[in-house]
Design a protein around this ligand. Structure first.
Ligand code: G6P
Length: 611
């Protein structure tokens, strides 16, 4: 969502802020801004609507110099994407950048207005800036730390933020509340960011703040206080992420690169987890986790967007392979309905980022409802979700920058299939099946490589579809969630209206839309459902539907051959992962032909940290 970068040094920090904002832009990209204290002790602020590049152009004209500064890339929540709403927000000597939402900002705003404060934006963040200034002026003997501690007690909601005070020009204050903030350690300089990606070009040394921490940074020192105001030493970690891995390399877009990285990211995800005895080994699981797993009689999956679709695929696997009943629902619904927790139920939250607010609210809502425990499947080790769940499994897909999730999705499915095999082992259902899953996971990266070789075929199809207004995706069984995911990818980056349906459901309403113009993409692998799918295809053909069938080289259909997109043979167990890659490529090429901003589609953000 929004991105924060701040720096304090003996040298000029402008380039650090600029580079950091460019790297953070994937998190939010409707406006950006920065503020520094210059050598005359004046706050200079620059803000622009739109891409970070607009801001950089306006800064470059000004030849800025500052040893301390804060910057922000925004995804609008309160107030439209306008220059006046871009961060930093200023109240006299105080300037701040903020990630999160202040739930009680309206009440505070009313009080501050009575005290004579005037507001120049529609944001909740400006309220914090004025409240800090007000509290500081009322208690002018108090330190900035005490002022911030007082202010945070009055705020409800999430407020990870960095504060810069012209009257204390040698310190930056950072508060972690609700979304991650980490400190980067440099040589005679220190930094704060919401995502290590912003700093990897200059440091690999990081300190992750804990929830409720307040940190004080000078160019040479870092002091951290916990939520009770007690000074704490937080562990320094060395980032293992290679800076080159966060560049596009020879690809045009991050999404294209991430689609092509999937054989590698899946290899990483299974690495050291498939044993020679053909069982699954999760080093993350301690005795307590294994105990919870062996007691589990029901799995309740909660997730959003693409991760929700991964959950839906796994429902088929959990129930048909490991015989464990499984329910899946979107987090934003789960939080706000009354439901009965099944006996011995495990809460499983799937999230690429681990910062999605809907998931975190779901987790906190579920805490005392009687689940056996909570398990996260996540791509970020340092995320709030991993921190707050009882145990977690990492997907090891590597940083994903394209907003439309691709390699994180297939890595989630890979971990879910491993978890299914683990349950088969624990429940001692069918050991041969567990071995089969291990064998198949071993060849999965090669299978993904084989479908990537078909990109020219998919590009040819994209050329037939890019000008369409609607596309329907159909699947059956495990391929139904893949149809949903294919439709989501198309909506996200090509802005074409698309819907996914179970193919058997089409006749119950949506068939009314079918004509010779709307393309209908049917995922039809050669499995036990194929005969039923063929019947449904006949029904569509009888209405002159414009059908494209995704299948394999050997399956026979009555349809015109030019409308059958044939891929290599794929084992049934991993066919959802395989076909999802073909739909990622289709969405990518349609968006490419349309000339859309593929990595940063309009109105979206990589991780949505507000409900
Ligand atoms: C946002 C993104 C989606 C993503 C969803 C869930 O809406 O735009 O691409 O699938 O969040 O994100 P998560 O990080 O929880 O998997």
């Amino acid at each position: 969502m929004c991105g924060i970068i701040a720096a304090i040094s003996r040298k000029n920090i402008i380039n650090i802020l600029k580079e950091g904002m460019i790297r953070l832009e994937y998190r939010g990209y409707d406006s950006s801004g920065l503020a520094i204290i210059d050598n005359k002790n004046k706050i200079l602020r620059f803000r622009e609507k739109g891409k970070v590049n607009n801001l950089i152009k306006s800064i470059e004209r000004s030849h800025l110099f500052g040893n301390i500064g804060i910057a922000h890339t925004r995804w609008a929540t309160h107030g439209k994407a306008l220059k006046k709403n871009a961060h930093p927000h200023i109240s006299s000597n105080i300037s701040i950048v903020h990630n999160g939402v202040i739930e009680n900002y309206k009440e505070i705003k009313i009080c501050l207005k009575k005290e004579g404060y005037q507001f120049s934006s529609d944001t909740d963040t400006e309220v914090i800036a004025h409240l800090i200034h007000f509290t500081q002026n009322k208690n002018n003997k108090k330190t900035l730390l005490t002022v911030i501690q007082n202010v945070t007690k009055k705020l409800k909601g999430n407020y990870s933020m960095v504060i810069m005070d012209k009257n204390n020009p040698n310190v930056l204050l950072a508060v972690r509340s609700g979304s991650p903030l980490l400190i980067g350690i440099g040589k005679e300089e220190n930094y704060i960011t919401s995502d290590q990606i912003a700093l990897l070009a200059i440091t690999q040394r990081f300190i992750y703040l804990h929830e409720g921490d307040i940190a004080i940074l000078t160019h040479s020192d870092i002091t951290v206080f916990n939520s009770h105001g007690i000074s704490k030493k937080r562990k320094e970690t060395q980032s293992k992420i290679n800076f080159n891995n966060v560049s596009k390399g020879l690809f045009r877009h991050y999404m294209e690169k991430e689609i092509h990285e999937q054989p590698h990211s899946i290899r990483n995800t299974i690495l050291n987890r498939l044993t020679k005895n053909k069982t699954i080994y999760f080093s993350e699981f301690n005795t307590r986790a294994n105990k919870i797993l062996s007691k589990t009689e029901h799995i309740h999956i909660v997730a959003c967007g693409t991760s929700y679709h991964a959950g839906l695929v796994s429902k088929y696997w959990f129930e048909s392979l490991s015989m464990i009943p499984c329910d899946v629902e979107v987090a934003s619904e789960f939080c706000y309905r009354k439901f009965v927790v099944r006996k011995n139920s495990l809460l499983l939250i799937i999230s690429q980022s681990g910062e999605t607010a809907d998931n975190l609210t779901a987790l906190r809502t579920a805490k005392n409802l009687g689940y056996l425990g909570s398990l996260a499947i996540c791509n970020s080790k340092s995320s709030s979700l991993v921190y707050e769940t009882d145990f977690s499994l990492l997907t090891h897909a590597g940083i994903e920058i394209g907003v439309a999730s691709t390699k994180a999705f297939t890595a989630q499915l890979t971990v879910l299939l491993m978890l299914v095999a683990k349950f088969i082992n624990i429940k001692k259902h069918n050991i041969k099946l567990e071995h089969d899953i291990v064998n198949i996971l071993n060849i999965l990266p090669d299978r993904i490589e084989s479908i990537l070789r078909y990109k020219n075929t998919i590009y040819t199809l994209a050329k037939k579809l890019f000008y369409k207004k609607n596309i329907i995706f159909l699947g059956k069984g495990e391929q139904y969630p893949i149809a949903l995911e294919g439709a989501l990818k198309i909506k996200e980056i090509s802005y074409i209206h698309a819907e996914g349906y179970p193919i058997g459901e089409l006749k119950h309403g949506t068939l009314a839309l079918v004509d010779s113009k709307i393309p209908i993409i049917i995922i039809a692998p050669n499995n036990n459902l194929l005969q039923k799918i063929k019947l449904n295809i006949e029904e569509i053909q009888a209405r002159e539907g414009l059908i494209y069938i995704f299948s394999d080289l050997f399956t026979k259909f009555n349809q015109n051959n030019s409308n059958i997109i044939r891929f290599p043979y794929i084992e049934n167990l991993i066919s959802p992962i395989f076909y999802s890659v073909s739909l990622q490529l289709l969405a990518y090429y349609i968006a490419l032909i349309k000339g859309n901003n593929i990595d940063q589609p309009r109105n979206l953000a990589k991780s949505v940290t507000v409900e």
